[in-house]
Design a protein around this ligand. Structure first.
Ligand SMILES: Nc1ncnc2c1ncn2[C@@H]1O[C@H](COP(=O)(O)OP(=O)(O)O)[C@@H](O)[C@H]1O
Ligand SMILES: [Mg+2]
Length: 244
């Protein structure tokens, strides 16, 4: 791949097998399976998607529900593998995909910060150094020793965002996370993302709030039914998207 790029997708196709029928129980499932009567419907979530994201770019993905935005982010994060085509990335990736993914909700925030750090490949020593900064940014100090199952979605988002951005990944992936939580925290997240601009970190964002994409992103791709409808300057793509 081009050394200027953080991410390259070439002609990516993503199929999902969805079971057509509602099976009542496991026994019914096994009977259908051994008699080869299980019917699957092949669903194409992405169809020939190609685009590149330059290193250091703040890149948005817009599109209606079901257009394939989250699937694209999961492919880039390596959570899914494409049915066809290639997905290449350069550098470390911190994916903020689903709220709470990567957290053990039975554990406290303190424990989860270290757990996440080790999952992302950081040493205990490095996390010790970053710990206060993470806690400071999340504004969750009083709740550090509370199991995260007692957190609201906004509180989970605060911790998740604080960890993901504090550990300085090469590529930060944010799926709709900025939409949870209060206005004050959203603004803090936006400022932090803006602060990453012009640096080495590449940010890829999906948000329902199209103004957020317009404000933050330099470039943007518009997905429609699993295909690239338009790609280019974020303002232009968002304008076109809004006027449909
Ligand atoms: N694991 C899965 N199994 C089956 N279908 C899926 C799966 N994940 C996503 N899809 C389908 O793929 C399409 C695209 O989904 P998604 O990428 O989540 O869209 P978006 O994030 O743009 O709303 C949707 O129709 C969705 O139902
Ligand atoms: Mg989605």
């Amino acid at each position: 791949m081009n050394s200027q790029n953080a991410v390259e997708l070439h002609d990516v196709q993503m199929h999902f097998n969805m079971s057509k029928e509602k099976l009542e129980n496991l026994k019914e499932y096994f009977i259908k399976m051994v008699t080869h009567k299980l019917m699957y419907e092949d669903y194409t979530a992405l169809d020939g998607v190609s685009f590149e994201v330059k290193k250091g770019d703040i890149f948005g993905i817009v599109g209606l529900n079901g257009s394939g935005k989250s699937t694209t982010l999961k492919l880039i994060s390596g959570i899914l593998s494409p049915t066809r085509g290639t997905v290449e990335t350069q550098g470390t990736i911190a994916p903020l995909i689903e709220l709470g993914a990567g957290f053990d909700m039975e554990l406290t925030a303190r424990e989860n910060i270290y757990l996440n750090g080790s999952v992302l490949g950081y040493s205990r020593k490095y996390m010790d150094q970053k710990f206060d900064e993470i806690v400071e940014f999340s504004e969750m100090r009083e709740f550090l020793d509370t199991p995260m199952k007692n957190y609201s979605s906004g509180m989970v988002a605060r911790i998740g965002f604080a960890i993901a951005t504090m550990t300085k990944p090469d590529i930060l992936i944010v799926d709709e996370i900025l939409a949870v939580g209060d206005f004050h925290f959203q603004e803090k997240c936006e400022n932090r993302i803006s602060g990453l601009m012009g640096g080495d970190t590449t940010v890829i964002i999906v948000s329902h709030a199209i103004e957020q994409i317009e404000r933050l992103c330099k470039h943007c791709v518009w997905l429609e039914k699993g295909r690239v409808k338009m790609i280019g300057n974020a303002k232009e793509v968002c304008e076109a998207y809004k006027s449909t």
